[in-house]
Design a protein around this ligand. Structure first.
Ligand code: SF4
Length: 63
């Protein structure tokens, strides 16, 4: 599983940070940080983003 995050379109609304329950998404130094080792509902976090800045790719998927 890969988290693809496009910082250029992110509006820093922090919805993904709020949706994160296990510290997988944090806001540090004015940047969104992802820790994919955390047991989050990653697809739900990607869906909550209003601008589609987060995409979840299965590792066996051709990007
Ligand atoms: S939900 Fe999307 S737009 Fe909002 S802070 Fe997270 S990545 Fe950025």
């Amino acid at each position: 599983m890969e988290i693809v995050y496009d910082e250029k379109i992110c509006v820093k609304c922090l919805a993904c940070v709020s949706e994160s329950e296990s510290g997988g998404v944090t806001y540090e130094d004015e940047r969104i940080k992802f820790d994919k080792t955390c047991p989050e509902d990653w697809r739900n976090i990607a869906e909550i983003c209003p601008v589609g800045a987060i995409a979840i790719k299965d590792s066996d998927e051709v990007i």
